[in-house]
Design a protein around this ligand. Structure first.
Ligand SMILES: [Zn+2]
Ligand SMILES: [Zn+2]
Length: 237
């Protein structure tokens, strides 16, 4: 077994009846990580070393700022900035010097320098990704071993497209042959049915703006714009 299996959070997420239980799990875990970084864990020396090395992406800096501990964020930002300056110095020195050609100088053709180890790192994104990889594995495991979960899945509203794709891609690690076919079919049909349901809901949302429909009931469409964006792009709202 590649991952530690903890099925309870997946069951709990599926009981929320939302557009994507995996997004629900991701949001919960993200909040816990933000709280942990703003709490005591960041003072542990090994965590501090990692924070200084990788820092946080814009989204996660912003979420930490919302936590009302600006000094805590500032202390991390300060040490991360100092380490980043040292790394940036080394990396930018590796950029090719312009070559002198003839009388005028112009830039030599270059493939560019990779700055991604400075600009694209986030300790919180990394942790969240490995946690979510574990839950993706767990979901497939539960489908394989627990028939009650297959029924629960069938009653759900599918997934956001990001998690739908991740789960389908992860399935062959644990399933093959007829089982893999069955899983893919169930997930696909469920997703298509729920996209069709949502398409009707958001259509009615737009039609409600027509004055002829002003007095007609919203039905389930009132929050369908937020749910549609979540379905299309995951937990960005
Ligand atoms: Zn999702
Ligand atoms: Zn991040």
């Amino acid at each position: 077994m590649r991952h530690h299996i903890d099925t309870i959070p997946v069951w709990d997420a599926y009981r929320t009846d939302c557009e994507c239980p995996m997004c629900h799990l991701e949001a919960e875990n993200e909040k816990n990580y933000v709280d942990a970084f703003m709490g005591g864990s960041v003072m542990e020396p090994d965590v501090r070393v990692e924070v200084n090395k990788y820092g946080f992406c814009g989204r996660h800096f912003k979420l930490m700022l919302n936590n009302n501990n600006r000094l805590g964020v500032a202390l991390m930002a300060h040490t991360y900035l100092k380490e980043t300056m040292a790394r940036l110095g080394k990396t930018s020195m590796a950029v090719n010097e312009p070559a002198k050609v003839g009388f005028f100088s112009r830039k030599a053709p270059t493939s560019g320098t990779d700055f991604s180890h400075i600009t694209d790192t986030c300790i919180l994104c990394d942790r969240l990704k490995s946690t979510m990889d574990r839950y993706v594995y767990t979901l497939v495991y539960m489908w394989k071993h627990k028939s009650a979960f297959r029924q629960q899945l069938q009653k759900s509203k599918g997934l956001c497209l990001k998690h739908f794709a991740e789960i389908l891609n992860a399935a062959p690690e644990q399933l093959n042959g007829i089982e893999l076919k069955e899983f893919t079919k169930q997930l696909n049909e469920l997703e298509m049915e729920n996209l069709a349901r949502l398409e009707k809901e958001i259509e009615w949302f737009t039609l409600k703006f027509d004055h002829k429909n002003a007095d007609k009931p919203w039905g389930t469409s009132k929050d369908s714009l937020d749910r549609t964006i979540l379905k299309l792009r995951g937990k960005c709202v």
